[in-house]
Write a protein that binds this ligand. Structure first.
Ligand SMILES: *Cc1c(COP(=O)(O)O)cnc(C)c1O
Ligand code: SF4
Length: 352
């Protein structure tokens, strides 16, 4: 059975290099030289759960995880650290950009390596895991700043930590009186759903006042396999509020149809779509990007056809570290004193 809480000793291996990909038939042997160069720059991993979702070499799942020679091209506007994590990191493992919240990055490895990842040059490094002393220093930073209300645990993928370590983190954060919310960002319910065991869900529960939220990264409806849906159910049944983050990606989900299917599937599984991210300027990802105008046209199309609880906010993380801003299409024209409805009808609305 899938999803047993016992470790499964017959677990299949992840694919981690060009040879594995060729052997699995996911890349042609002629691609080897170029992809070895990609592999020298960025980590590669596809879990069995993800491999099982791939139906063809250019389907929306393959495009996200199978490396491509296009990644060897760096566009002039692209950056190693696109959203400026480094510049806003006061101590190892913490990114402090906003007054009320910080990122905590306890671990830098992931179950899969998304080819478009904004931290693609930082993830995959097993040495990036915080030592006990570094974790103490990171939590001391938060404990010493009463204005901080929320810790967002990211990485890497924090659900790669053993449940006992997650439980210890939850308990320590619950002891910082001014921290009200602990939010985990993870791709594991989709990428390696068997890791979402009862032990993991229990580790995130707390008797304290601390609110523990989970944000799930999902980009295509097909990622919500039966095993992924069971993982989400386990988290929701543990009482954890679930939200999602999606990256808008050319060739993956760049249509109102694809996003409608995804957002409906998320809501059916008790996940509230939270952010649709405009792709970041990470090096070697130009083939995934579309224009902000294209993204806004898709958001506009979704407005009329999709329930309000399935509508995320379309956001840009401003290159360099200035933070996230909404990129929602405008429905109100101040100059004309007009609002537009979802079918394109124009209506006067009194100014002032
Ligand atoms: C994205 C991000 C957050 C979280 O932003 P929300 O809008 O609260 O989801 C917090 N801190 C940093 C540094 C970030 O990059
Ligand atoms: S799981 Fe998240 S952090 Fe890891 S490679 Fe994918 S986008 Fe990057």
């Amino acid at each position: 059975m899938l999803m047993s809480s016992e470790p499964n000793l017959t677990r299949r291996r992840s694919l981690r290099n060009t040879a594995d990909l060729i052997e699995a038939g996911l890349v042609a042997p002629e691609g080897r030289i170029a992809l070895d160069q990609v592999a020298a720059r960025t980590a590669i991993a596809l879990t069995p759960a993800i491999v099982d979702l791939i139906q063809s070499g250019d389907d929306p799942i393959a495009r996200q995880f199978v490396p491509s020679a296009a990644e060897l091209h760096t566009a002039p506007e692209e950056r190693t650290d696109p959203i400026g994590d480094e510049a806003y990191s006061p101590v190892k493992g913490i990114v402090h950009r906003y007054p009320d919240r910080v990122l905590l990055k306890p671990i830098m490895v992931c179950p899969v390596y998304c080819r478009f990842c904004f931290r693609r040059e930082a993830v995959g490094d097993a040495d990036g895991t915080l030592t006990a002393a570094e974790m103490d220093a990171a939590l001391a930073y938060v404990a010493g700043r009463p204005e901080l209300r929320e810790i967002i645990v990211t990485g890497g993928d924090p659900f790669m930590l053993p449940p006992a370590r997650l439980a210890a983190l939850v308990a320590r954060v619950a002891n910082i009186p001014h921290v009200e919310v602990l939010r985990f960002h993870t791709r594991i319910p989709v990428a390696d759903p068997e890791r979402v065991t009862d032990a993991l869900a229990d580790a995130l529960k707390t008797e304290s006042e601390l609110a523990v939220w989970v944000s799930v990264h999902a980009n295509h409806a097909r990622e919500l396999s039966p095993a992924a849906r069971l993982a989400l159910r386990r988290l929701a049944d543990a009482g954890l509020p679930l939200v999602s983050q999606t990256v808008l990606l050319r060739g993956v989900n760049d249509s109102a149809d694809a996003l409608e299917d995804l957002f409906r599937a998320l809501v059916r599984n008790r996940v509230r779509p939270y952010y649709l991210h405009h792709p970041d300027l990470a090096r070697g990802t130009a083939h995934f990007r579309l224009s902000i105008a294209e993204g806004q046209a898709i958001m506009r199309a979704l407005r009329g056809r999709l329930t309000g609880i399935a509508q995320p906010t379309y956001v840009l993380d401003i290159p360099g570290g200035a933070g996230k801003v909404p990129l929602m299409p405008a429905w109100w024209d101040q100059e004309r004193g007009e609002v537009e409805d979802w079918q394109g009808g124009k209506h006067r609305y009194p100014p002032g």
